[in-house]
Design a protein around this ligand. Structure first.
Ligand code: TEU
Ligand code: CA
Length: 533
């Protein structure tokens, strides 16, 4: 993977980043307008959530044309311009590749319904449904005419049939088309469930039934190897797979040996530490659980894609920090964690200013198809309205999708945005933080600079030093230096038992002397350079 290990990635959710034409929807020109801002963070790669044509049942994750731009976002010319302008600034662009399913409005699906000989087996059709359930809740099958088709997500997202070699050929063409345009690579959506090895009934689980027939199958490895060999290896590319429910062993199988399948994967284990049986049932966050999972993945996985947020997760400061009294402190502590770990750091838009969950007051304020589906399904299970609404409020993906907070009054759009703007934009926004040297924004910039400066932060081996109830300490080391990352993950003062040598290169609390007392949510990184002879 070589120099790819140096890169820092910034995720843009185009719908909510910047609206350039006043229709309330973020767009490509908006992103181009903000490239200097992205560049100023010090990141190297932009991951764009889908910008292809889509009826937006799942905000672009339901693609109706892989080779064209959603008119709401602009034109192909705007895309070419974005790629060019990014390149001029030394930024690379990675696109979202959604190939488990398409939109039901894709030509392929329309032809499949019409029994067109080439397309009739592009999707997964059955006379009778099996018992599989959808990731968004409810049954995974719907009926058109006298046949049922499989959809592991919404019913407007029919699953492609990866047993059909023509599907493979078409997707290869899609990939080459974008790589030829100068795209750097792909974030591969739910890539470890694309291959269905049988359509038998599955084991019943509380939330998901049937996964043993499509999760992490040998056929998936075969597909990834072929895509790598025939397409990706012809270019200089970067790939990260989104892989659900994987173990460290399964993660390694996808990324090692190098250059056969994916460069790295997003796992979810650390996103499950504050839930009971599934993400809708949250419990009190216990930092120790997070430490344990992170340490395990650091120790066992060859190279991690590290993230605390994305467009599917509630905001990290609201979840693992304190979005009220210790907002700034805890957001910076979490940033230190993200950049302290070994692996590639991913920042989700707004995370760098500590954007928080949003207070939604009514179901009608939510846009996300998953939130609405789960609300209905939970209703059928007899869960009372009030409780269901609370679940959605806390966990809805819309928490991450509210418009980017540029200024005190939003600065995202001249019109009413497609999704409610968080009212705390008056206190949490880019402009204010630009002008404040102590802001979360400046702290992120500083962390990125440090990562570039010290090889130990990029390549250093990881070793967990202490996982106390609230204090996480780990060491990174390479032949030049040792680094100690010290994190108080609580809102109370904590005491350090040991002393640490070296210089405090960054901390979220300014102190004359960094002694054994850790303030609430204090974070420090010590670096001690090794003497060389
Ligand atoms: O997400 C896949 C996924 O399994 C979850 O993260 C999902 O968003 C949800 O939390 C399930 O409970 C990817 C995309 O990131 C997501 O936005 C899409 O909706 C989904 O695939 C389908 O394409
Ligand atoms: Ca717009």
């Amino acid at each position: 993977m070589g120099l790819k290990k140096d890169l820092v990635v910034y995720q843009v959710y185009p719908r909510s980043f910047k609206d350039s034409n006043g229709d309330g929807i973020g767009d490509l020109k908006g992103i181009t307008l903000k490239l200097d801002y992205i560049k100023s963070l010090g990141v190297d790669v932009i991951w764009l959530s889908p910008v292809y044509c889509s009826p937006n049942d799942d905000n672009g994750y339901d693609i109706s044309d892989y080779l064209n731009i959603n008119p709401e976002f602009g034109t192909m010319k705007d895309m070419d311009k974005l790629i060019l302008e990014a390149e001029l600034r030394g930024l690379k662009i990675m696109m979202d590749l959604v190939i488990n399913h398409t939109s039901d409005e894709h030509e392929w699906f329309k032809k499949s319904i019409a029994n067109d000989p080439k397309y009739k087996d592009y999707y997964i059709w059955k006379d009778q449904p099996n018992n599989w359930t959808s990731f968004f809740g409810g049954k995974a099958w719907d009926k058109i005419g006298d046949k049922y088709y499989l959809h592991l997500f919404s019913k407007k997202q029919p699953d492609l049939n990866w047993n059909n070699p023509d599907v493979m050929e078409d997707i290869k063409n899609v990939m080459s088309f974008w790589l030829d345009k100068g795209i750097y690579g792909f974030r591969c959506d739910v890539i470890n469930i694309i291959f269905k090895s049988s359509l038998e009934n599955g084991k019943k689980h509380l939330v998901l039934t049937g996964k043993e027939h499509y999760h992490q199958q040998d056929g998936m490895h075969k597909i990834l190897k072929e895509l790598r060999k025939d397409i990706l290896s012809k270019y200089d590319t970067f790939t990260v797979g989104e892989t659900v429910m994987v173990t460290p062993k399964q993660a390694n199988d996808l990324i090692y040996p190098e250059d056969e399948e994916l460069d790295m994967i997003f796992s979810f284990a650390h996103m499950e530490v504050d839930q009971v049986s599934n993400k809708w049932f949250k419990t009190k966050f216990k930092p120790k659980k997070l430490m344990k999972v992170l340490t395990k993945w650091q120790n066992e996985v060859y190279w991690n894609a590290n993230y605390l947020e994305n467009h599917d997760q509630p905001r990290s400061v609201s979840r693992f920090g304190d979005d009220q009294i210790y907002h700034q402190q805890s957001a910076k502590m979490l940033a230190t964690l993200l950049f302290g770990l070994k692996g590639t750091p991913y920042i989700f838009q707004g995370q760098e200013i500590g954007m928080t969950n949003c207070l939604f007051n009514d179901m009608s304020e939510f846009q996300d198809v998953e939130s609405h589906t789960i609300y209905k399904v939970a209703g059928k299970l007899g869960i009372p309205k009030k409780i269901r609404f609370k679940m959605i409020q806390k966990t809805s993906r819309d928490n991450a999708r509210t418009p980017m907070q540029w200024t005190k009054d939003g600065g995202f759009s001249k019109a009413k945005p497609w999704l409610k703007q968080n009212s705390n934009t008056k206190d949490i926004n880019v402009l204010d933080q630009e002008h404040n040297a102590h802001s979360i924004l400046h702290y992120y910039r500083k962390l990125i600079k440090l990562r570039k400066k010290y090889s130990v932060l990029r390549y250093g081996e990881f070793e967990s030093v202490s996982e106390k109830k609230f204090v996480y300490i780990f060491k990174r080391s390479d032949s030049y230096s040792d680094a100690f990352v010290i994190l108080n993950m609580s809102n109370r003062i904590q005491k350090l038992k040991e002393t640490y040598e070296g210089k405090v290169v960054i901390s979220n609390v300014e102190k004359k002397i960094y002694d054994s007392v850790l303030s609430p949510y204090e974070a420090r990184i010590y670096i001690k350079e090794k003497s060389r002879d």
